[in-house]
Design a protein around this ligand. Sequence first.
Ligand SMILES: [Zn+2]
Length: 252
Amino acid sequence: MAHVHTERELYAYWLGALAVRAEGENALRAAARSAFRRIRARLRDAALVEALTLNAGVVPPLEVADWARIVAGDLRPGSLASIRRGWARAFELIPGVEATAFDASDPRIVTLLARVLATSREIAETTAREVAEAYAPILAAGGTVDDLAAAVDMVMDSADSVRARTIARTASTATVEGGQRIGYEVAGVPAKRWLSERDDLVREAHIAADGQTVPVADAFDVDGESLEYPGDPAGSAGNVINCRCTTLPVLP
Ligand SMILES: [Zn+2]
């Protein structure tokens, strides 16, 4: 007969998941901030060039593709390390199963990493658009390099604090939970169970999802969306951002 978890055990599982995520989040936040700092330095250089060519019909300060490349490049090592932590946690939760070697070239891991980095790129692109919008009136009015630099600082100050944290949180949830789900599959766990935060802050739809049990390769139905795990990049922002749910392996 399947083991029935006490509330105390479930809470311990949840705290454990959060600790693993926090570790990844700190590293990812540092990486996101360093990416934004590099972008800011390049924008300031670009502001000077643009101020010199203000009358010649000016181009965007830094191509959106450049932002995406810088952010994804800086977040890649931390994201992979975080997938690995989630993957290792799966084996810790399954008694009597030896952990196999982590293989970063496993197609499931490659796909997960690519999807997480794509989300980070999207958030960076939002910031790039904000800079372009802040530039537009300055360029139209024939502003100075100081005006452009001030616009850069205004957008990037908020990117450095708020957006770096959003990127880190979103990426750490998706990588740890996604890595853990791959670990279950590798370990031959038949099913997984959604475990919500069990406190007042949890969104209603995730309270409703608590206890939902599905085969490991299937998706949970969370608020009408298919999520393979909490933080699944396939979900909408409202269903994924700041989610603190996790999953449990359901053993035979
Ligand atoms: Zn949640």
